[in-house]
Design a protein around this ligand. Structure first.
Ligand SMILES: Cc1ncc(COP(=O)(O)O)c(C=O)c1O
Length: 387
């Protein structure tokens, strides 16, 4: 049976060959740890990790390579940043579209006296910007928000939110899980104080890679969540205050970072915007193909209908079939891989009016073809028409 991977919102697949090659080359040809050994292969590995930091700094217009911290994913990044920054009595604002990678650390922090509130969003997932300022109170410290919804692809107005944060003296933390590598993210122009990213989605790196980038003034404000050996100032039992060692204890995921470095070089070669243009062409064709089914009352498309203000993630709520059944039949009868349910984002589904049933999510990538879109549309049509 033909297979068709439409779950790139979860993790991108396939990765460019150069990414897999880089992991293999590191594991078979270099292998050494960084910051620990005084020999050639250790220096060469350190140089490549430094280049990965440089590429990320360039991609996000970050302040300095040393302020790029590697983690195993954006969930870890958000945990380190939120738990290290927020103290009892602090308040933080998030959108009503957040992923649980944001919400669960905040709910844990609530038990320690941290408050949060949600900036409401419309039924298409877009932020109601005017609702932000009235929610700011004297103890509000930051706004933390995803850049694009992992449920319906709606993009948030990062620049406007960054501007308001700057005017009001709040820190702005951006979760770029669904946009890094796709949509320009500029820490300067968008006034982002902390940029969190994951390596394995649109950045096209291996799983187990991610990180965050801090503006200089944030460094002393975030208490490191983890501490341990860094290979530096080994005569001291204190956590180093300098970067990146302050936030990078323990042996790093070097095979993953080598793959991520190759992925960043791949993006540089393609040029920013190429992949997004391709994904939006496919998204537009997919939505156009779904609209007759929506008119027939067989499904509802959640989120924005056009190609503007979105990424290539489309959620569908079947009207007469259980979403789980649609996803199961797409997989078992057509080999189409999607993601069904609440996508770790109950608050987003409440906003979109698709809670608690959830949706079937189709998410496209650089290697998704027009033919894949036609095939998926045909399959959805046949299943929902009961053919
Ligand atoms: C918006 C958003 N934030 C956070 C995450 C968590 O990503 P990871 O599993 O790589 O930590 C995801 C993953 O789906 C996401 O879409």
């Amino acid at each position: 049976m033909r297979t068709c991977y439409l779950d790139n919102g979860s993790t991108s697949f396939p990765k460019p060959k150069a990414v897999a090659d880089a992991v293999y080359e590191y594991m078979t040809g270099v292998g050494a740890n960084i910051g620990r050994g005084g020999y050639e292969s250790a220096y060469s590995a350190a140089e490549m990790v430094f280049e990965a930091r440089q590429l990320l700094t360039e991609l996000f217009n970050g302040p300095d390579c040393k302020n790029v911290i590697f983690t195993k994913n954006i969930t870890e990044s958000l945990n380190v940043v939120l738990k290290g920054l927020l103290k009892p009595g602090d308040r933080i604002l998030v959108s009503s579209m957040e992923h649980n990678a944001m919400m669960r650390p905040l709910v844990q922090l609530m038990a320690k006296g941290v408050e949060f509130d949600r900036i409401p969003c419309r039924e298409d997932g877009s932020l109601i910007l005017e609702e932000l300022e009235p929610l700011i109170k004297p103890n509000t410290k930051a706004v933390a928000m995803l850049h694009a919804s992992n449920v319906c692809g709606t993009v948030m107005p990062a620049e406007e939110v960054g501007r308001i944060c700057k005017e009001k003296g709040l820190f702005f933390i951006l979760d770029a899980a669904q946009t890094a590598g796709l949509i320009p993210v500029d820490m300067e122009a968008q006034n982002i104080d902390v940029l969190c990213f994951t390596g394995h989605k649109s950045l096209l790196g291996p799983q187990g890679t991610g990180g965050f980038i801090l503006k200089e003034h944030m460094i002393p404000l975030i208490d490191p969540l983890l501490s341990g050996g860094t290979g530096s100032i080994s005569d001291s039992e204190e956590v180093p205050s300098f970067m990146p060692d302050r936030f990078e204890p323990g042996t790093m995921n070097l095979p993953g970072i080598m793959g991520l470095r190759a992925a960043l070089l791949w993006h540089k070669e393609q040029g920013m915007g190429t992949v997004l243009g391709h994904e939006l062409d496919l998204t537009e064709a997919f939505i156009k193909g779904l609209e007759p089914l929506e008119k027939e009352g067989l499904l509802r498309i959640a989120g924005i209908k056009g190609r503007e203000g979105r990424v290539g993630v489309v959620s569908v709520l079947p009207a007469k079939t259980d979403p789980a059944e649609l996803a199961f039949r797409l997989d078992s009868e057509y080999g189409i891989m999607t993601r069904v349910g609440l996508h770790c984002a109950p608050s987003a589904h409440k906003t979109l009016g698709t809670f608690p049933a959830g949706t079937v999510r189709f998410s496209f990538g650089y290697s998704t073809s027009e033919d894949d879109i036609e095939y998926a549309l045909k399959a959805i049509g046949e299943i929902l028409h009961g053919d």
